[in-house]
Design a protein around this ligand. Structure first.
Ligand SMILES: [Zn+2]
Length: 269
């Protein structure tokens, strides 16, 4: 609480008599958007600049926010025709793809009554709508990858590990496709950042051995930035620490098969 005060957010304290929802409403505004599919003008909910705080960044670039969560407002949905996409992609739609949305999404679309303030379940619903649109127009793998990754992050927030893994795997598959078939940068990530992320998603989904290969490619590169090399080195060390620790804990176990099994099962937990 004292932290909030020192950040000059006294007006957001609990004593203002506002409910959490009313407090969040004050941090939002309506942004006018024109739908590239049906020309409908609609209001997208958007967060006022610098109304959130960054608490922590996870090793796969997920940012944990306090006060209000920008991920909740990341997907724009046209309520008229059903076209949905992450806001950075929304306006970039070819005429060809707009036609596909008109033919395959719009006839099935039922208008929704979204509330003014979004929560995590609504965020997941909207991210899934967006992902469905990407699959139907056969969007680039990078889009499906980033969208899937963000769904995985939302499940991480909800502490639903099974769903998180499902979408991390989907993200990983699409990032690998993107890596081999698309030019960099991918959502602002240069080639080495994408390689690091692929390694990290492998590590998180239980493919530690494969992830070491990707991390090593980054750490031994002459042209990768020092920042991304350091990240890759940290994650490599993390895997090696677990290997050492597991070996230390099993001094009498000389079956390498068992050792391996022990390492990976421990790591997965
Ligand atoms: Zn529309």
């Amino acid at each position: 609480m004292s932290k909030k005060t020192s950040l000059g957010l006294e007006n957001l304290n609990e004593d203002d008599g506002l409910s959490e929802e009313e407090r969040q409403k004050l941090l939002l505004y309506n942004k006018k958007v024109v739908c590239p599919v049906c020309d409908n003008n609609f209001n997208a909910r958007a967060i006022k600049k610098s109304s959130y705080r960054i608490l922590k960044k996870d090793s796969d670039f997920f940012i944990r926010y306090s006060i209000i969560n920008p991920y909740f407002y990341d997907v724009w949905v046209c309520d008229e025709c059903g076209y949905s996409a992450m806001k950075s992609d929304f306006e970039h739609l070819s005429d060809y793809d707009a036609n596909i949305i008109r033919e395959k999404i719009s006839p099935k679309w039922k208008s929704k009554n979204y509330p003014e303030v979004y929560d995590i379940d609504l965020a997941i619903t909207r991210y899934k709508l967006s992902l469905l649109n990407y699959y139907i127009i056969n969007a680039r793998s990078s889009k499906k990858a980033m969208n899937s990754l963000k769904i995985a992050w939302m499940y991480r927030l909800k502490e639903d590990e099974i769903k998180e893994m499902e979408f991390l795997n989907q993200a990983l598959e699409n990032f690998q496709n993107a890596y081999y078939n698309e030019p960099s940068p991918i959502y602002g990530m240069d080639k080495f950042t994408t390689m690091y992320l692929i390694g990290e998603l492998m590590r998180r989904t239980g493919r530690e051995e494969d992830s070491l290969t990707w991390f090593s490619e980054v750490t031994t590169s002459n042209i990768a930035s020092q920042k991304i090399k350091n990240l890759a080195r940290d994650q490599k060390d993390l895997i090696k620490d677990v290997i050492t620790e597991t070996e230390d804990n099993n001094p009498t176990d000389d079956s390498s098969d068992n050792k391996k099994h022990g390492l990976f099962s421990k790591f997965h937990k």
